[in-house]
Design a protein. Structure first.
Length: 267
């Protein structure tokens, strides 16, 4: 890339564009590209290293990374990005189309559930749930309340996987159709209940649980097995346990293009 290319992309980065989100690091960009994200601009201070990572871990997107990512000086990257990721890669991408997301969430029949997070408060937890939802191949993640599920900290925690599933914020009255299976300590043991593919799996906030409004509408209350005197599970853990019990998801096949997939703590 020429100096003119770097100057142009830096100018574009600094210009305000609506409906863009920040992707932090190579792995977030990798996932976004795999699932069709519209990249506005992408930068790195070491393109050779970024391409080496792609060749080693994600050769399926190497050509796209070579085409899109522009190398800028390290000082410039530090000016543009508040905290530079260890992979020295960052990108601005357009959010998934809201109308398309809503149509996908509302479409019936569904082959996989929708995860509903009722008024969540922790940005990192929401990102972890999006990552789980992408891995299990669920239809989408819907949040209620005032938190934006596309907040930059949520996107960071989800490692770019917002583009692998529909992620939207809705009012409780506007939830997609389907039976509500609400996680609640007073519910039936989840191990005794089969969860249908078209279910809305509702999880309460970390502090207050599910709102009375949604609890009253529940088709079924479900409880996760828990040792007495243990107060609760982490939100993402609860979602993972419930989705594992649902038992659906995409076909299990090793992905030769991504050896980080099963690595504990992979970014």
């Amino acid at each position: 890339m020429s100096d003119d290319d770097a100057t142009s992309v830096v100018r574009q980065w600094r210009e305000t564009a609506p409906d863009t989100v920040f992707l932090d690091g190579f792995h977030a960009l990798k996932h976004a590209l795999r699932f069709g994200a519209d990249v506005r601009c992408a930068i790195t201070s070491d393109k050779e290293a970024a391409l080496a990572l792609a060749a080693d871990l994600a050769n399926d997107v190497t050509a796209r990374i070579e085409e899109l990512v522009v190398e800028v000086p390290a000082d410039t990257l530090r000016e543009l990005v508040p905290k530079v990721h260890p992979t020295r890669v960052a990108a601005l991408v357009f959010r998934r189309n809201r109308q398309a997301n809503l149509e996908g969430l509302a479409a019936l029949p569904r082959s996989s559930p929708i995860v509903v997070l009722d008024n969540p408060r922790n940005l990192g937890n929401v990102g972890a749930v999006v990552r789980l939802a992408a891995g299990f191949g669920v239809t989408g993640v819907v949040t209620t309340g005032d938190m934006d599920p596309w907040h930059s900290n949520v996107v960071r925690s989800a490692a770019g996987l917002h583009f692998a599933t529909a992620v939207e914020r809705l009012q409780p009255a506007d939830l997609p159709p389907g039976p509500l299976y609400v996680l609640d300590p007073e519910g039936a043991d989840i191990r005794s209940v089969a969860i249908p593919d078209d279910a809305l799996l509702v999880f309460g906030s970390e502090r207050h649980g599910v709102s009375p409004e949604l609890r009253e509408q529940a088709t079924k209350l479900l409880a996760l097995p828990m040792r007495p005197q243990v107060s609760s599970y982490n939100l993402a853990t609860s979602v993972a346990m419930t989705l594992f019990h649902w038992g659906g998801g995409p076909p299990q096949a090793p992905n030769a293009q991504d050896r980080t997939a099963a690595a504990p703590g992979a970014p």
